[in-house]
Design a protein around this ligand. Sequence first.
Ligand SMILES: [Zn+2]
Length: 396
Amino acid sequence: MLSNKGDAAQDDLAPSTSSHESTSRAVSKVKLEKSVVICADILQTDDTERHPDLWFSDGSVVLLAQKILFRVHMSILSRHSIFFRDMFSLPQPSTTPPSYPTTFPTCRGDFDGCPLVHLHDTAEDLASLLNALYDGPKFGNNDREDFRVVSGILRLATKYLIDSLRNRALEHLSIAWPSTLKAWDAREEVAGEYYVDSDEQRFHPSPVHVINLAREVNVPSLLPSAFYDLSRYSFNALLDANNAATAALDVSALSLADTQKLALGKEFAQLAVPSLIRSMATETQPYLAHMQSYPLPAQPRHPQGRGQVRGSCTSAAACRRDVSELVDLATQHYLFDHERGACDPLYVAEELGLLKSAEMEGADCKACGRALEVWAARERERLWRAIPGWFRLETP
Ligand SMILES: [Zn+2]
């Protein structure tokens, strides 16, 4: 476990100046003592095995993670990682046998003539990191399997001070756990396509694992979308350990503080739905009565809706009646029947905005339809901005 996670994150975007390196060196030397054990004893047991792929016959160092041995190159590790560069360049103590490289300080054992370094990481994470270093990172579609790889890379790139790889992993994760509404909608669209063809419960990994990763590697920007995603489950689903469909969410792995944030934020999210429906009833009426021209924001899922609303309501009385009926419908659907999306105010707002869609074939009053879309788009932006506050999250 890192003792000083914050430093790595703050260094993240800093240029590679000498002061940056010297800070990192100081940090990594402290970590070296705790994170790495170089030992021969482990080789007395023969239950270790070589990694089938990450074992290079001309490698110059053997890394041991759990029971798996990786034979790799000091030069490659040093090239990317300030941590390993420092470790391999520490002065050699007198106890080290003379046959060992002079750059390797405290090695008391070897494997195939290479110094052996015992890392306290999972073999899976280390394999993901080494594959990314040797072959370049190959990221997938942010599904659960991809998350196992990317989270391993991010964890170890953070721990071993590999800034470029850390940044690339974060950039990739941010596609699924974004900080803009536009990116959230794109992410929902990807997940939605998956659910059409699959009985699986989730496309993305459990937001619990994303929250814990964000805490571990100190990336608060992943938190709002992850908390929001998690809050869309009912408490019954979140807390019922016998519910196989949601057991995989692994809510018990959340820290107490984050569980409290979830409960707080979930209450706000639920209050947002009746508040939306009330807003629809009151705030769309003036549009209908005095419609002239309203700027439409860009809506990623409905690009044809961009531009200006031109023209005015042609049948104000009928449109007022329409809205009134739609409000009744929404109240019944989301508040009384608690239908799909009832715990997801962003989804509800989008649905409400499309109820009188101007794009619909034979829409009675296109101007009012667009006005409703404008209202929904504004409400969704407002909700999105409110999310970090609901969950009492520090602003990224
Ligand atoms: Zn109208």
